[in-house]
Design a protein around this ligand. Structure first.
Ligand SMILES: [Zn+2]
Length: 148
């Protein structure tokens, strides 16, 4: 069972041009590195995501936020001006995955592991970091899992 961290710390983030900026007011999960082919195409290699309840995401600016329906079950939020990838949202769920790179530093978060390693591109090898690895989804066993 995944556990929440950062119970009380408020986190802030934005895209590159600050057309999208947000505050996370609730608990967030540790970070997962996702190597699925969609994250690869969106992020260049992996998608590094934390996660929050939608109710705890407060936009201070979203004038350039746009959503792309990336699969039957999910959509991805990005900035239509600077191109930053910000969010992954499973449709009809009450949570959203947030691209960790858009968070202001320091985050206080840690990497919890690697998911969708079956899709690892041939030009990259996983670090020998001792963290859990899953060929596809972690089925909720990993903090920050995108698919639970
Ligand atoms: Zn932007």
């Amino acid at each position: 069972m995944a556990t929440d961290t950062n119970e009380t710390k408020e986190l802030h983030g934005s895209c590159l041009c600050k057309g999208v900026s947000y505050t996370l007011s609730g608990a967030v999960r540790e970070i997962s590195h996702c190597y699925c082919s969609q994250c690869r195409r969106t992020h260049g290699l992996m998608g590094s995501y934390t996660r929050s309840n939608w109710d705890d995401v407060h936009f201070t600016n979203k004038k350039t936020l746009q959503w792309f329906r990336s699969s039957d079950s999910a959509e991805r939020g990005f900035c239509n001006t600077c191109g930053s990838s910000l969010f992954w949202h499973r449709l009809d769920s009450g949570y959203v995955a947030i691209s960790a790179g858009t968070l202001d530093q320091p985050t206080g978060l840690k990497v919890a592991g690697h998911i969708y390693t079956d899709d690892l591109p041939d030009y990259y090898s996983l670090p020998d970091d001792g963290m859990p690895r899953y060929g596809t989804t972690s089925d909720g066993k990993l903090d920050g899992d995108l698919s639970t």
